[in-house]
Design a binder for this molecule. Structure first.
Ligand SMILES: Cc1cc2nc3c(=O)[nH]c(=O)nc-3n(C[C@H](O)[C@H](O)[C@H](O)COP(=O)(O)OP(=O)(O)OC[C@H]3O[C@@H](n4cnc5c(N)ncnc54)[C@H](O)[C@@H]3O)c2cc1C
Length: 347
């Protein structure tokens, strides 16, 4: 069986969780990453722009992609090392992220429970260093396997090589260089559960769980997420549309002296602070706003939504207006979290 399939003029409407209309001049579905060196020998992939597309849950098609779109399908998951206390799990890029979380928990491995129910694929997880409920995937990444376009080689990068940061990585900074083909995660059988973030402990109590294990935390996180975030199957969205801005400590202090309720979080570096973008957007009056089919979720002010037939351009226009009004009110620049295709966020 051929390890790739090519579809010309392919519709991408069902391949992005905003559900906006888009077409790719060429969609290449790759079943086996081993085919990448051969594929990138063809001129359109070797010389042109290539968009690697996972589940389409962290991008906005403001226009059609200019070149080929690559979709990786490999579905393998396995334990490659296990000393009885910690195991290394390897998963192919095409695996659905939440399926991997469930697989690891089902094999008695902890670590990913706070990252339950994040949409998308394994291959995209290291791109923006996915994070939720106080945990980031970088804490468990052992290695990332990736195809390097320039050299045409399949490479294995250590976690240190990946330069992970808040919603960021080497792969995001060098978008055109890498195709992530698999990841290896280091997962313990026992570890201190992280339950202090955003209602997890309360949810566990509501579930009647007195001695929580990782599976219970995953269940609590899933219940919280289902309640708090709009389901992309019902209303198009890409989760949080804006990153929480990271500013100097002094800037955060000046803002909180004027806006005492503005939530401020540690940012890893003592000189920096992370501000709640959701609070600023809500305070600027955008939560629940709707114009045509483009809107801001009434459930969560960080979530840009497509109520039906909004175009990518309309959604982008609304997101820019939100960022402009937050800048006017708080002198803070919001940056989008999803990748924008066919336009830049700054006009
Ligand atoms: C309802 C909802 C809730 C969400 N909650 C969270 C959350 O809590 N935390 C969080 O971090 N994110 C969250 N997201 C965003 C999204 O789920 C993640 O960023 C996810 O990792 C994206 O996966 P994907 O396969 O859909 O990537 P895509 O949207 O297809 O791609 C995203 C980016 O990664 C690149 N990419 C994808 N696969 C590869 C690959 N194999 N190699 C190289 N580049 C690649 C793409 O080119 C693009 O730049 C949420 C999204 C939704 C819709």
């Amino acid at each position: 069986m051929a390890s790739f399939r090519i579809v010309e003029n392919a519709r991408l409407d069902a391949r992005n969780t905003f559900g906006v209309r888009a077409r790719a001049p060429m969609l290449v579905e790759v079943a086996d990453a081993g085919a990448l060196p051969e594929l990138f020998g063809y001129a359109m992939l070797r010389d042109g722009p290539v968009l690697v597309l996972g589940g389409g849950s962290n991008l906005l098609f403001a226009g059609d992609p200019a070149g080929a779109v690559l979709s990786l399908g490999a579905q393998g998951i396995g334990i490659v090392e296990d000393d009885g206390e910690v195991a290394i799990v390897r998963a192919d890029a095409g695996v659905e992220w939440h399926a991997l979380v469930l697989w690891t928990l089902g094999h008695g491995l902890a670590g990913l429970e706070n990252l339950a129910l994040i949409p998308g694929t394994v291959g995209a997880a290291p791109i923006q260093n996915i994070g939720a409920y106080g945990v980031e995937v970088r804490e468990h990444v052992h290695a990332v396997e990736a195809f390097e376009r320039g050299s045409g080689a399949l490479r294995r990068l250590s976690a240190g090589d990946c330069a992970f940061a808040y919603r960021d990585s080497l792969f995001k900074r060098e978008m055109d260089r890498w195709v992530v083909t698999a990841i290896e995660l280091r997962l313990p059988r026992e570890h201190a559960l992280r339950m202090d973030y955003a209602g997890v402990r309360e949810e566990l109590a509501a579930m009647g769980v007195q001695q929580p294990r990782a599976v219970h935390v995953a269940e609590a996180v899933s219940r919280l997420r289902t309640r708090k975030l709009p389901n992309p199957a019902l209303v198009g969205n890409a989760g949080s549309f804006f990153k929480n801005p990271v500013v100097a400590h002094s800037v955060a202090d000046a803002l909180t002296s004027e806006h005492a309720d503005l939530p401020v979080y540690p940012a890893g570096d003592p000189a920096l602070r992370k501000l709640s973008a959701a609070w600023m957007i809500e305070s600027a009056g955008w939560k629940g706003f709707r114009e045509g089919d483009a809107g801001i979720s009434s459930q969560h002010a960080l979530v840009l939504v497509n109520h039906g037939n909004a175009s990518g351009g309309q959604l982008l226009g609304l997101a820019r207006r939100v960022a402009d009004s937050v800048r006017e009110k708080f002198t803070v620049q919001l940056e989008p979290e999803p990748r924008i295709i066919g336009a830049t966020f700054a006009e």
